[in-house]
Each structure stands twice: as structure tokens, then as C-alpha cells.
Design a protein around this ligand. Sequence first.
Ligand SMILES: CC(C)(COP(=O)(O)OP(=O)(O)OC[C@H]1O[C@@H](n2cnc3c(N)ncnc32)[C@H](O)[C@@H]1OP(=O)(O)O)[C@@H](O)C(=O)NCCC(=O)NCCS
Length: 200
Amino acid sequence: MFYIAGYKQKTMSALPDTSTFKTVHFSATTITELMIPSYSNFGGKIHGGILLSLMDKVAYVCAAKHAGNYCVTASIDTVDFLQPVEVGDLVSLMASVNYVGNTSLVVGIRVISENIKTNIIKHTNTSYFTMVARDEQNKPAQIPGLILENRTHVRRFIEAKRRKEIKQNYKHEVDEIAVPDGFDECEQLLTGERVILINN
Ligand SMILES: CC(C)(COP(=O)(O)OP(=O)(O)OC[C@H]1O[C@@H](n2cnc3c(N)ncnc32)[C@H](O)[C@@H]1OP(=O)(O)O)[C@@H](O)C(=O)NCCC(=O)NCCS
């Protein structure tokens, strides 16, 4: 028994073609990597860029498996490093499709690091990568629909949809940021900031 959102009251003949739809499980991917000394920064912790690169890789595998096509990274929704990762830790990146649009999808990634001597596990970050599928001619390609099999899948899909809406509103607001031409107006806006303003 399955239910297609928005089609409860309609006849089977009115249903969209769902034969290409895929489960979340189909493309769920985990990459695990040992943090070696060459990955460290001057402070002896793992470089943020190493983790970002691993996140991009796992997002690609997950997205390309679902899409059945090559995918490119369109945007990354917030990367906050909650805790440092140490040399010698085993980092695991767990990725699954949270949302599908028309030619884009959102991969949610949870990153954890494990101290292999103490077995203490830390959650280092959770991020969302928007990936766009490309066809053989490098044009955007349609993504198969997603089969949501449990409450977690439904929650993640709705959260991703809402984040997308919030991001669109945020983009409109950012596009409208205007800096005044006049020195006095700028001075007023910079009141309280740790700057010296020179009028020349
Ligand atoms: C991302 C990219 C494919 C978008 O191409 P585009 O022709 O502008 O695409 P469109 O505006 O037609 O949008 C296509 C889809 O991508 C989504 N999209 C585009 N830019 C986006 C962004 N910044 N954030 C989230 N989604 C985005 C759109 O919402 C749309 O989704 P939908 O089809 O599911 O509704 C294009 O800008 C690109 O190739 N960028 C470079 C990607 C890359 O090289 N990544 C690696 C970084 S080094």
C-alpha cells in the first residue's frame, strides 16, 4: 500500500509515472576515512577543508546514485564545525537524499568522528548539499522521484523544502542590501563598529 502526496482523491489513471522513483535507502552512502597527520592544520587538528572535500565526495556518490546521472554541487547549506577532529580519528560521513526537486536534490550529511582507542564518538557537523543532475549533453536532467518510507524521511523532506523557501527569501533580502553613497549615512551605519573611518 502506498500513497502519492496530492493524489489521494484521484483515480489511478491520473497518477504520475512513478516507475522511476527510488527509495532513500537505494542511494544512502557512508564513507569512512582515517585522519592521517598530513590532514592536520597548524594547530594539530584536522583541516576544515579536508572534511569539506570528503563531504562533497559523499554527496556526489549519493546524488549520482539517485539521479543515475553525473551531478554538480550547486550550494552547501551551512557548515558549522561543532567540535575539532583529531589526527588518528576515524571519520564517517553518512549521506542520504532528503529532498528532490525537478533537476536538483538535497543530500543531508551527518559527520561523526570516533577516537579508535577510547571509542568515543563525536558529532562534528550536519550539512545539506544541493546537487544538480546533468545529462550526457551537460544539460540539467530530471531527477527520479523519492519514495518516503518512514516518518524520518517525511520530516527530512519537509525540513529541506522549508529551508529552500527560507533560503530564497534570504537571497531576496541580501540582493536588496544597499550601501548609501553619503559619508554621513555610512558613518551612522558604522557606529559602534571597531573601525576607523577616513573621509577622503
Ligand atoms: C548549479 C548550476 C548547475 C545551476 O545551473 P542553472 O542553469 O543556473 O540551473 P537552473 O537555474 O535552471 O536551476 C536548476 C536547478 O538547480 C537549482 N539551483 C540552482 N542554483 C542553486 C543554488 N545556488 N542553490 C540551490 N539550488 C540551486 C534550482 O533550484 C533548480 O532546481 P529544480 O530543477 O529542482 O527546481 C550551475 O550554476 C553550475 O553548473 N554551477 C557550477 C557547479 C559546480 O561546478 N560545482 C562545483 C563547485 S567547484
